[in-house]
Design a protein around this ligand. Sequence first.
Ligand SMILES: Nc1nc2c(c(=O)[nH]1)N[C@H]1C(S)=C(S)[C@@H](COP(=O)(O)OP(=O)(O)OC[C@H]3O[C@@H](n4cnc5c(=O)[nH]c(N)nc54)[C@H](O)[C@@H]3O)O[C@H]1N2
Ligand SMILES: Nc1nc2c(c(=O)[nH]1)N[C@H]1C(S)=C(S)[C@@H](COP(=O)(O)OP(=O)(O)OC[C@H]3O[C@@H](n4cnc5c(=O)[nH]c(N)nc54)[C@H](O)[C@@H]3O)O[C@H]1N2
Ligand code: SF4
Ligand SMILES: [Mo]
Length: 740
Amino acid sequence: MPDTHYTFCRVCEATCGLKVDVADNRIVDIQPDPDHVVSKGYACVKGTRYASTQHSPDRVVRPQKRVGGEWRDVSWDDALRSIAGVIQQQIALKGPQAIGHFVGSAGGANVLSPLFRGALWAGMGSKRMYGTGTCDTMNKFRVNEDMYGSPMRLAHPDVERTQFMMVLGANPVISGNTLYHLPRSRERFKAIVERGGRVVFVNPRRVESAQTGEHLFIRPDTDLFFLAAFCRELIAGESVDRARVARFMSGFEVLERVVAPWTPERQAAVTGVSAAALRDLARSHATAKGAALYMATGVNQGRSGTACFWLLECINAISGNLDSPGGTLMGRGLFDMAKEVTKNPQMMVSHDREDDLPTVSGQQPAGMLADDILSGRVTVLVVEASNPLLACGNPGGRLEAALKKLELLVSIDLFRNEVGSLAHFVLPATTWMERPEVPYALQSFAGCNPTPYMIYADAVLEPPPGVRPEWWMYARLADELGVTLFDNRLASGAAKLAARVTDSRLGRWLDVPNLLLDGMLRKGGLPGRKRMAREHPHGILMAEHHGGDFLGTDRVLTSDGRVSLAPRPIVERFEATAEVLYADEVANADRVKLVGKREMRRMNTSSANCGALVKETTNYAYISRDDATRIGVADEDLIEVESAYGRIRIPARVTDEMMPRTIAIPQCWGHTKADGLPHARKHPGVNSNFLAGDGPETIEPLSGMSHLSGILVELRKAPPGSLPGEDFGDLGAQERTVAP
Ligand SMILES: Nc1nc2c(c(=O)[nH]1)N[C@H]1C(S)=C(S)[C@@H](COP(=O)(O)OP(=O)(O)OC[C@H]3O[C@@H](n4cnc5c(=O)[nH]c(N)nc54)[C@H](O)[C@@H]3O)O[C@H]1N2
Ligand SMILES: Nc1nc2c(c(=O)[nH]1)N[C@H]1C(S)=C(S)[C@@H](COP(=O)(O)OP(=O)(O)OC[C@H]3O[C@@H](n4cnc5c(=O)[nH]c(N)nc54)[C@H](O)[C@@H]3O)O[C@H]1N2
Ligand code: SF4
Ligand SMILES: [Mo]
């Protein structure tokens, strides 16, 4: 008889409740948990088929060392000692900034790992921490810090009460949403429409989410002009809550001045959204009882993600919707993480890189990784839960060339992915089924959750004996390096001891995850983890959130306690670049722009090796009928897509979903080189990030965000006889000089 465990999925941020049947430490079945307090019986295939990843024969289950062309199993002690040895040698030779770290999206779903990795790097004195955060959403953290005083003061739409919701550059029905918790998004969007409200998706693709509500095409990377005009229209139409603005905000006059030139007519010329459509939306927004604008990766990854999110937050704020029912709310977590992080200089915007690009929320720009290695600034890199070779701009394979130059490359992962294949060591981590946890930090600690609730889940499975959680690896490495963690000898000593004795009986008492998770739950006034698991296995609903607890309170963490509508660095950049970008859009109006596309059965690169999910052997390039006719191709024909950085060949899918002069290619394919992902290699597809650039010119200077969406490309029919894949031929992109 299998045992039934209740847990929650950690593949995406929806963290749906799951019912997992287990026998002999193996998953027998995974079903959605019908009693989970928020997901209520919803889960997608990535969650219900997780057994195929969990029990994959390709999983790395012992530390591995590359010796010549071969992989050898080594003991943890040997692996960690060798790694610490090289780190010490490189610190002696080049200083601590030569020691880099790179974290991916699965590292963000892990609640304890960030504490230990941050503490180890701070303890070593290195600020060289990168991550796919700068391919994803660092613009939002930058704006939060400038407007509200903390990167983690992150507002979310009050989905349950709003009467007008506009979503730019996101597709929550497929993605599970990001930076606020929204399982069952389709149902919740439908409820808005059913109560007489409007939901509008502004997107260059008619996305699955827009099957509910309305859809409006927008040309990629022009949201800046749409949002500026939307803001101007609200101000011109007297839809500003003047009393609220005067009482709680600063900088309104500056905002009013800088958006003044951006009329609905002017934006229409580059966005493709007519002035009439914009005015209609603005009217509807102004009269709705509760309105909320939301944006995500599609806009974040443009050239002006920071300015776009600033304008979007200003629209929410000046219209009286910020901190109001049906508008956007500042949630409360188990403790005030937003306030806590302001005490940690590692987490606040700083400019200590040689090139003055910022570190935002603890991350340096991923788009500078290749330059930093090729210039010799970084000689050691530890990659946790990431696959930057596919996930980041990689013009001409430049990032691969850089990784090969490192003195030491370590991959902490479940599998030997593309990065692992080049690494000196692969360190095997536990899966989320093997970890006790609460949902990831933004939900649990920053409260980005329209339905406040908490859940704690014990580990469902015992990990294979050679596998360890990340916190343990960092604590053991700190021990080997003689580094003090948390700037606190006592806590550091306890953590190191706990890691040393994990496998002994003492380890059961000094159980770090359980002690920390217990502390977190109790801080939020909840029962400890044992009672949570026993009495609330489907989660526990917490007090509903009605707003009115942010503006004018000490939760606004700016120096004057007011929401800043005109942070100087953002306004200055907007004024310096808006006209230039506009002229560029006018000049390039006839050209094609590339965007990404998330697919239901794939999570970034993580699920590529999962036989239960991935059946197709390739991804496709989605193009409009107009474009197909213009370049003379039909469905399934191979097309060539070329940017200033690279060239790929990929089969086409001709569809009415795409706005003419745009193309969507699902990213994070192109598994041609991982020696530990056999299924993925038989279903390789093509890596669209060969078309993205890297280096200073491609980085948004306020947030360090990479430019991954809205890239100008040329389309043509592929030459007869050519094969899918990349072809840099005469392009020579990898020869770009290294940034000084
Ligand atoms: N063109 C384009 N590029 C993009 C994007 C886009 O929209 N367009 N999106 C960007 C975004 S938002 C992101 S977040 C990145 C995603 O890219 P990454 O952040 O690199 O995430 P994944 O590709 O999913 O890689 C995750 C790796 O983590 C491993 N893993 C899974 N769980 C665990 C765990 O618990 N512990 C450890 N140690 N490893 C684990 C998996 O096996 C896999 O190898 O891609 C970015 N790249
Ligand atoms: N199934 C699945 N779920 C996932 C992931 C996955 O890989 N697969 N990845 C996870 C991760 S790491 C993240 S960060 C989240 C991301 O969650 P989302 O941000 O919702 O990600 P996408 O589904 O890629 O939606 C981005 C949308 O932006 C549109 N777009 C592109 N450029 C522009 C533009 O310039 N302007 C506007 N207005 N729209 C634009 C695209 O057409 C696309 O529909 O999803 C997470 N969930
Ligand atoms: S929507 Fe996200 S959290 Fe829910 S089951 Fe699917 S992958 Fe897991
Ligand atoms: Mo992401």
